[in-house]
Design a protein around this ligand. Structure first.
Ligand code: CAA
Length: 255
């Protein structure tokens, strides 16, 4: 494992571990005794990892230690009421927390959430912030925020609507109901559902498959697919040509 540029002590205090093994970085939510509940330090730690991620990392795996992926926000912060961290916040405050999630969509990496047990609130949104989700058959998702009087604001509302569509997203948010693994797979919230014992192996196989693609091709493909939803067919065809020409030149240029 390579040394990371982020301070391990600070990350541990934020309930995070960070490891790099060649082109693969692994972020582990590591407060299992609190079901990986997240504090402000957790979200800021995630942002720091994103800011300092080495350029040669191609895949980022986000996982949780213990029985749950994450129980979302540490409810201790809510319990403090007007004496807590949310009594006087502004747009920049929330943007700083969102920065912990947004970088996972960067074209230079593919991010994978490895989800077991509960993914609630901010935990569900962290899984949604990743490009791909591999989940265990005991995993479940719950967008708990509206039940607590708030909206999902850790960048989860867009991927949720993109994946499940507006009516289902509205239903999931406003009922805050728990979505079991089989339904999550049907809704497209998981690319793969595996028995708990197979999670690490399934993620490892996926990582190996992703790394088998040439780096420039992987980046170009992610950029291309990410814009498809907002492009017209004509615009997307043009984007395909722009993406392909340098790849063809690289593959077939006369030496
Ligand atoms: N915050 C703080 N502590 C938490 C926690 C949380 N979100 N979730 C669990 N814990 C603590 C429990 O209090 C318990 O502590 P003790 O051992 O001291 O009693 C310990 O973790 C283990 O929890 P459980 O015994 O409840 O474990 P379980 O496996 O039976 O259940 C669970 C797991 C379903 C996740 C359950 O703990 C639970 O429902 N937790 C609350 C989830 C929640 O409502 N989160 C808020 C989401 S909204 C959000 O995230 C908003 C946002 O801004 C992003």
């Amino acid at each position: 494992m390579a040394e990371s540029a982020v301070n391990d002590g600070e990350l541990a205090a934020a309930g995070l571990r960070f490891d790099i093994d060649g082109a693969v970085a692994t972020i582990t939510l590591s407060r299992p005794e609190r079901r990986n509940a997240m504090t402000l330090a957790t979200w800021r730690g995630l942002a720091t990892i994103g800011q300092t991620l080495p350029d040669d990392v191609r895949v980022v795996v986000v996982r949780g230690e213990g029985p749950s992926f994450s129980a979302g926000i540490d409810l201790g912060m809510f319990a403090q009421g007007a004496d807590g961290p949310f009594s006087d916040v502004d747009d920049d405050f929330i943007a700083g927390l969102q920065a912990g999630y947004l970088w996972l969509r960067r074209p230079e990496i593919v991010s994978i959430a490895a989800v077991q047990g509960h993914a609630i609130g901010g935990g569900f949104q962290l899984a949604l912030a990743c490009d791909l989700r591999v989940i265990t058959d005991d995993a479940s998702f719950c967008m708990k925020e509206p039940a607590l009087g708030i909206v999902p604001d850790l960048t989860g509302s867009k991927p949720l609507v993109d994946i499940v569509g507006y009516p289902r997203a509205l239903e999931l948010c406003l009922t805050s109901r728990t979505v079991p693994a089989d339904e999550a797979a049907r809704l497209g919230l998981a690319e793969l559902v595996v028995p708990a014992a197979d999670l690490d192996g399934a993620v490892g196989d996926l990582v190996a498959a992703l790394l088998a693609v040439r780096p420039a091709t992987a980046v170009a493909t992610k950029r291309l697919l990410a814009q498809a939803g907002r492009n017209t067919l004509t615009e997307q065809a043009a984007a395909e040509r722009r993406a392909q020409l340098p790849l063809l030149a690289d593959l077939f240029q006369k030496r």
